[in-house]
Ligand binder design. Structure first.
Ligand SMILES: Cc1ncc(COP(=O)(O)O)c(C=O)c1O
Length: 482
């Protein structure tokens, strides 16, 4: 009540005191323009004064244009307080810690050449949204709302929506993985899962080993946490095992981060033998492996390559981070971590401390969508679509781009190495001609890769792929001939 701070005195008429109190309240900002005043009856009973005094005060204020009564609605303040100037300024730039500074300086959406309307962009490796089956998604949404409407909108468990956890556990089993002694935590995509792992297992200055090049977001997260990254070079079939052995002779990393399928950015799929060999090396040195299972579902061959987790039959040395982001609904931001039960138990507490849990309504929709069989149908459709597009892009690259080597067995991108030509110089010239792609150096842990770039084709039409690749080829040839 606005009048609770009014202490009436005996020297002035009551109506004047009521009037002044309202004026002061407006000046101090306690009453804003549009605020409703209590009725004259309420004020008289609250202050124990005659109603007439309040009526007179309100009438005077209305004559002065300070308040306005409206029949049936009440009395409202009509003027703005003249706000005193308050320059409480902070120089926020000087207060950003190293985590914030690194995240910002490595934010490629801010630092790289921006995509502009009507440009042909090979930057994205997000799925083609026109392939999403929205009708099935709507059905899944209606199912979850009609079955669990109220409940699912309340707080849920940090680990995740129980039916989805069970579904994902069966899904991991269907990949030939032994789920005994394992558990699952649902996260906001791979990105949060990786961040949770790092927050839980590392201290600044710790060493992490990974492929070089590797996923740019993973590099950013590791650097932001002050970790020391050892990038091991790659061959055509994945991480170079000789270099890996050598690196492990001299260092003892906290864990290894490996992307076995459609590696980002090289597109390389490690074959089964190589996966076994790589796992043996880490096992020999007791280095846990964080396996990034992204894109695995896209494998175009009929016999899927077993994941690293499935080679670790009875052990707990591999944590598998699953994400369907490159295939299905990345906007839902859902992924999962599968690994040792005790470890997941701790990760669950970290997840709860950070965000409490991932959205239950999203998890519910995702579960109903997956369970309905829509996902299996969808994956078959998109595999064919992306395989055709990959082959088309490869054909165009072979026709127009003079490269030293290309890697990528499918997936949503192709990685190109030029013969001693700087990819950023090519990018700048292509940008002027309305074509953009991702320069390869952002994926390197050691500042290398200046003659490489990634072509993401998933969201580009065949017509634009042909046009865009031709432009890139012409620019490279023009630089070569200089
Ligand atoms: C190597 C790799 N892993 C995982 C992801 C998916 O991340 P998220 O699930 O956070 O969208 C990406 C996306 O680009 C990626 O390149």
């Amino acid at each position: 009540m606005i009048f609770s701070s009014l202490k009436l005195n005996k020297d002035e008429p009551i109506y004047i005191q009521v009037e002044n109190h309202i004026k002061e309240s407006i000046e101090k900002g306690m009453l804003q323009k549009g605020s409703k005043l209590p009725s004259t009856r309420e004020v008289s009973s609250f202050l124990n004064i005659s109603r007439n005094s309040v009526v007179v005060a309100y009438e005077n204020l209305e004559i002065d244009g300070i308040i306005k009564s409206s029949r049936g609605k009440g009395t409202f303040v009509t003027i703005e307080a003249s706000k005193p100037k308050n320059e409480f300024n902070i120089d926020w730039g000087t207060r950003i810690n190293s985590y914030g500074s690194i995240c910002e300086s490595m934010d490629i959406l801010k630092t790289e050449l921006p995509w502009e309307k009507n440009m042909i962009s090979f930057k994205s490796i997000a799925p083609e949204e026109n392939l999403f089956d929205i009708e099935e998604f709507k059905r899944a949404f209606l199912d979850v709302i009609s079955l669990e409407g109220n409940k699912i909108l309340n707080y849920g468990y940090a680990k995740g929506y129980k039916p989805l956890l069970e579904y994902l556990m069966d899904y991991m089993k269907s990949k030939g993985i032994n789920t005994e002694g394992k558990d699952i935590l649902v996260t906001n995509g791979f990105t949060e899962g990786f961040d949770i792992i790092i927050n839980t297992l590392t201290e600044p200055g710790d060493v992490i080993i990974c492929e070089n090049p590797t996923h740019n977001t993973a590099i950013k997260i590791m650097k932001a946490h002050g970790l020391d990254i050892i990038g091991v070079p790659m061959n055509e079939d994945g991480i170079d095992t000789k270099s890996l052995e050598k690196a492990l002779e001299n260092t003892s990393p906290k864990f290894a981060y490996i992307i076995p399928s459609y590696h980002n950015p090289t597109g390389i799929v490690m074959n089964g033998e190589k996966r076994q060999e790589v796992l043996n090396i880490f096992q020999k040195h007791s280095i846990p492996v964080i396996e990034d299972g992204f894109n695995e579902e896209l494998l175009y061959t009929s016999s899927p390559v077993p994941s690293l987790a499935s080679f670790c039959t009875d052990g707990n040395g591999v944590v598998y981070v699953g994400s369907l982001s490159k295939i299905l609904f990345p906007g839902l931001r859902l992924g999962w971590m599968f690994g040792d039960r005790d470890l997941i138990n701790t990760l669950e507490s970290v997840k709860r401390a950070r965000t409490i849990h991932s959205s239950f309504i999203d998890q519910g929709i995702f579960y109903h969508y997956m369970k309905s069989g829509a996902f299996d149908k969808y994956v078959k459709k998109v595999r064919k679509h992306y395989k055709d597009k990959y082959e088309f892009t490869l054909k165009q690259v072979n026709k127009h781009i003079p490269y030293e080597s290309i890697t990528g067995e499918g997936g949503l991108h192709i990685f190109i190495k030029l013969k001693g030509i700087n990819a950023r110089e090519v990018l700048q010239k292509c940008y002027e001609k309305g074509v953009v792609f991702t320069p390869g150096d952002i994926f390197y842990t050691d500042g290398g890769g200046e003659d490489t770039f990634r072509i993401g084709f998933s969201r580009v039409s065949e017509e634009d792929i042909e046009k865009g690749i031709k432009v890139i080829g012409e620019v490279i040839n023009s630089i070569k001939n200089l």
